[in-house]
Design a binder for this molecule. Structure first.
Ligand SMILES: *Cc1c(COP(=O)(O)O)cnc(C)c1O
Length: 398
């Protein structure tokens, strides 16, 4: 691609492409674990890093490289490394940057497995974590300690759609001398590019919207070239959480339609959010695209659209909320009951009894995850059909 500064949509289908000697138009799938050298001397040079070229797919693979280069181009990052899952990307970033005695600041409402990673796994290695209310910009600064090495957040959070002001977050990290990391899974680069706000590193679970059709697991780390090459790559090469070339090929194709899908899903989610807000069975709708959202202005400043995920609280007596939420979920016919999100098919979840069931009742209450809370990740069905489906499901729930 030689056009100067191509638009996002152009980069999504053109950036990062590598062609083999056969000049294939569609990106090739290189299912090979290793690569052959012309000579023993070339093998030695490759292993020494003196000769650019592929060695072994745990280190790099052409199909994986295409995915990495394209995602880096979309995030506006200098470089990217792919991993076998989103959690592998998070763990690898931690392994590459943290050591015993370090302290981490983490948004209080990040993905459940991320909390487990910090609180349980990394705690065993003497790394301490403090959780911060992500939307409170001052709270990040107040929680900094002399040994704070990493600051980690998601924006918007899932399922309550709380935003972190990424510019303020990045500035707090710079002042603290800590690496700032944003899990950009929910927005994807189609709707938000955290690096533009001064954040150091973007993490992805490519499993979600980047795949977009619920097929494969994958993850990625995007950031400055020196950080990716000198700090992260040695860890990945040694620890081996590599992305399969097959999965990379699926994800590469997913990137091509990412912005089309997210724009369509955001428009549908906004329609559904407004519809729910007007429904008497609903107490509250959580969606940054609504004017009633407390951070609506920040969402407009920071995101290109409000995204595919929304949640709502059912109205009614507390002791009956779980039963009614389950009834509403069971009564939908177009929504898949699954915790995955970012799919072409709409999914519906009861966070209190699934994604957040490992928390105690008190922790859930503190986190705002009520028994009447339902999360929807909007797919590509006709929004009118989704509305009809939800309307009858809410009727059935009583
Ligand atoms: C799913 C998810 C992850 C973990 O990704 P996997 O690919 O399942 O390992 C991390 N962060 C967020 C926000 C997620 O939704």
């Amino acid at each position: 691609m030689s056009l100067d500064q191509p638009d996002f949509d152009t980069r999504a289908v053109r950036a990062g492409t590598l062609r083999s000697e056969f000049h294939e138009h569609s990106e090739a799938l290189f299912l090979t674990s290793s690569f052959v050298f012309d000579s023993a001397a070339q093998a030695a040079a490759r292993f020494a890093g003196e000769d650019e070229g592929f060695v072994y797919s745990r280190f790099a693979n052409p199909t994986v490289r295409m995915f990495e280069q394209r995602l880096a181009a979309l995030e506006g990052g200098e470089d990217c490394l792919a991993t076998s899952s989103g959690m592998a990307a998070i763990l690898s970033t931690c392994l590459a940057t943290l050591r015993t005695g370090d302290h981490v600041l983490c948004g209080a409402s990040v993905f459940g497995a991320t909390t487990q990673l910090f609180s349980t796994l990394l705690a065993r290695f003497g790394i301490e974590v403090t959780y911060v209310r992500g939307s409170d910009a001052q709270a990040w600064r107040d929680a900094v300690r002399p040994n704070t090495r990493l600051m980690y957040c998601e924006s918007p959070s899932n399922p309550l759609m709380e935003l972190v002001d990424l510019e303020a977050f990045a500035a707090a990290g710079r002042d603290a001398g800590a690496l700032t990391v944003v899990d950009n899974c929910l927005c994807t680069p189609a709707l938000q590019q955290p690096l533009r706000f001064g954040v150091d590193v973007v993490i992805h679970s490519a499993t979600k919207s980047i795949d977009g059709q619920g097929r494969v697991l994958g993850g990625a780390i995007v950031g400055r070239r020196a950080f990716i090459r000198d700090t992260v790559l040695p860890v990945l090469r040694t620890a081996g959480p590599s992305l399969s070339p097959f999965n990379a090929w699926v994800l590469l194709k997913g990137l091509e339609t990412l912005s089309l899908r997210l724009r369509a899903q955001s428009a549908s989610a906004a329609g559904l959010a407004r519809f729910l807000e007007a429904n008497p069975a609903i107490e509250r709708v959580y969606y940054p695209g609504l004017e009633s959202h407390p951070q609506h202005a920040l969402a407009r400043r920071q995101q290109q659209a409000a995204g595919a995920v929304l949640s709502f609280d059912l109205r009614g007596p507390a002791d009956d909320l779980r039963r009614r939420a389950w009834r509403a979920i069971d009564a939908t016919s177009l929504m898949s009951i699954t915790a995955n999100l970012g799919d072409t098919r709409t999914t519906i979840t009861h966070p209190a009894s699934t994604t957040h069931s490992r928390l105690s009742a008190q922790q859930r209450q503190q986190a705002g995850i009520g028994e009447g809370l339902v999360r929807i990740a909007v797919g590509l069905e006709a929004v009118a059909d989704l509305q009809r489906d939800l309307a009858s499901a809410l009727d059935a729930a009583g």
